[in-house]
Design a protein around this ligand. Structure first.
Ligand code: SAH
Length: 511
């Protein structure tokens, strides 16, 4: 009788050094078929987008303030998962067998009698210098290349596994992984064993990603230069004459938008053309989540407000979506625009005002800006708000400052959610954080709705005093931005994505 074949298999897959495009075709294919994916820090999170939606994704890397899962527990996890799932992918940064402890994982699987396969990856030691403009070998500069761990305990002079005397005499290229902390020790050791102090050297942080940062210096000066530039792990150290080729060969960092953080705001169905092109030009693109509009989870407050509209003095709309959802609810209750006969209506911005007009309502008040202060100021000039009843028809995530300021003036405010915005992908926390820390270089707007979506979800006051520039695709979009209180810095000459990108690039060139 044929032996029962265990179909289950663990694939040790190299994720490449950071740039998502540097995973192998086979690696990507397996990610798409995996039942379980076990990954850690060095593998780009974006790679998980290739996974099936229902794949189990297990993070075993370092969490903020704590350690990664110990290696023996990772090994055990691989074994346990492999017993229950047909395809387990162990995704590891770079190549799984180059300083990634992939060898240990393979041994553990082998000992447990579990089938495994290895999918090699593009290792940092080759790819990172390449992206920094340093070929690891070159006929005139280096005929050999060594990969060395820079992680070895610097105090272990007696028991060192590293052959420092040979490395000191090395004529070719040395690539140290995990060496940031030990950098002074590494350079000292090399020089002590005969390497010329003026040997060209480099340290490259987060190579192949938009955050790539390269520092070059001679061997003696590299530790100080790295410290001055605040280089942190992960970083790769390259020592050898090949580093001198960087001036001529650096290409990645020379791309027009290299290192620029750009927020792309898109309405739901817009093409990802802009994202792709900005990425190609070297930008670090943060996609503002596209949103879907859904009815509020609780319809009752909205229905009640609609039934009792006559009780209110003011009805305030802050977005087109708010208008649409409100009139939907009105229709569901068998009513129409006449229900608004006795209530005064305020609408923020031309788009909201326009949509109201489509429903047959002419706004009584149109505050110039989409900020609480502007709305409150405008209201104050036309009405004494003390004791007035105000209905705010807004998104569920609307900010509370408008309500608070109206209440401070003595108004009775009913702030109801008339619709919900549901993110179609990732939440905008990352963007809020980047705005807070003033890391965003540009925000692009390609239509009025992208502007309103943005202002609906982000407190635009976060932008004040930041370096962030706003790039708009044309005058209509710019006008919407202005009414929402956003200053437009760059406007495309024509209403096209290409011209928008051109305008940003031109802005970068002008000092
Ligand atoms: N298996 C991985 C290496 C794991 S050890 C590979 O083959 O690339 C982790 C070390 O790799 C880091 O400390 C750093 O020295 C290096 N490294 C990995 N990714 C890097 C990157 N994008 N930029 C610079 N160094 C990187």
């Amino acid at each position: 009788m044929p032996e029962k074949i265990n179909k289950n298999c663990v694939y040790l897959v190299g994720a490449g050094p950071g740039d998502v495009g540097l995973i192998t075709v086979r690696g990507r294919d397996l990610l798409g078929r995996a039942d379980v994916i076990i990954y850690d820090n060095l593998a780009s999170r974006e790679l998980l987008n290739y996974a099936q939606a229902d794949a189990e994704k297990i993070y075993v890397g370092k969490k903020v303030g704590s350690h990664s899962l110990p290696q023996d527990q990772i090994n055990q996890l691989l074994i346990d998962k492999a017993r229950n799932a047909p395809i387990v992918v162990r995704l590891k940064g770079g190549d799984p067998y180059v300083f990634g402890r992939g060898g240990e994982e393979a041994v553990a699987l082998s000992d447990a009698g579990i089938r495994f396969e290895v999918v090699p990856g593009v290792t940092a030691g080759v790819a990172v210098p390449a992206y920094a403009g340093i070929p690891v070998t070159h006929r005139d500069f280096a005929s050999d290349l060594a990969f060395i761990t820079g992680h070895e305990d610097a105090s272990r002079t007696e028991t060192s596994q590293i052959d420092w005397p040979s490395l000191g005499k090395w004529r070719g290229t040395l690539a140290f992984y995990m060496g940031v902390k030990n950098l002074p020790f590494i350079t000292e050791k090399l020089i002590a064993h005969g390497m010329a102090p003026e040997t060209p050297s480099a340290i490259i942080h987060q190579g192949t990603t938009p955050a790539q940062k390269t520092v070059t210096a001679n061997l003696t000066q590299l530790p100080q230069a790295a410290k001055d530039a605040k280089i942190k792990p992960p970083a790769l150290i390259i020592v050898g004459n090949v580093v001198s080729l960087r001036d001529k060969l650096k290409w990645f960092e020379n791309r027009p938008l290299f290192g620029k953080k750009i927020v792309v705001t898109r309405a739901r169905a817009q093409a990802s053309d802009l994202v792709e092109q900005l990425h190609q030009l070297g930008a670090d693109v943060l996609e503002f989540p596209t949103i879907r509009i859904e009815p509020p989870t609780e319809m009752e407050p909205l229905y009640q407000a609609v039934e009792k509209l006559a009780q209110y003095d003011w009805l305030i709309f802050t977005s087109v979506n708010g208008v649409d959802s409100f009139f939907n609810a009105l229709g569901q209750k068998g009513r129409d625009a006449r229900a608004l006969a006795t209530v005064k209506v305020a609408a923020i911005g031309p788009a909201t005002t326009g949509r109201l007009a489509e429903h047959g309502i002419k706004a009584d008040l149109v505050p110039p800006q989409y900020i609480a202060e502007s709305i409150v100021e405008s209201l104050k000039t036309v009405d004494n708000l003390t004791g007035k009843k105000i209905l705010l028809a807004r998104a569920d995530i609307a900010r509370t400052d408008l309500r608070d300021q109206l209440q401070n003036l003595g108004a009775a405010v009913n702030d109801i959610s008339v619709y919900r915005t549901v993110p179609d992908n990732t939440p905008s926390d990352e963007i809020v954080e980047a705005l807070r820390t003033d890391e965003i270089d540009y925000i692009t707007f390609t239509s009025s709705s992208t502007v309103t979506n943005f202002a609906d979800q982000i407190d635009i006051r976060l932008l004040s005093g930041t370096k962030t520039k706003i790039a708009s695709i044309g005058p209509v979009t710019s006008a919407t931005a202005h009414t929402l209180g956003l200053k437009v810095d760059i406007e495309a000459e024509e209403f096209t994505i290409d011209k928008l990108i051109e305008a940003i690039c031109t802005n970068e060139e002008t000092p």
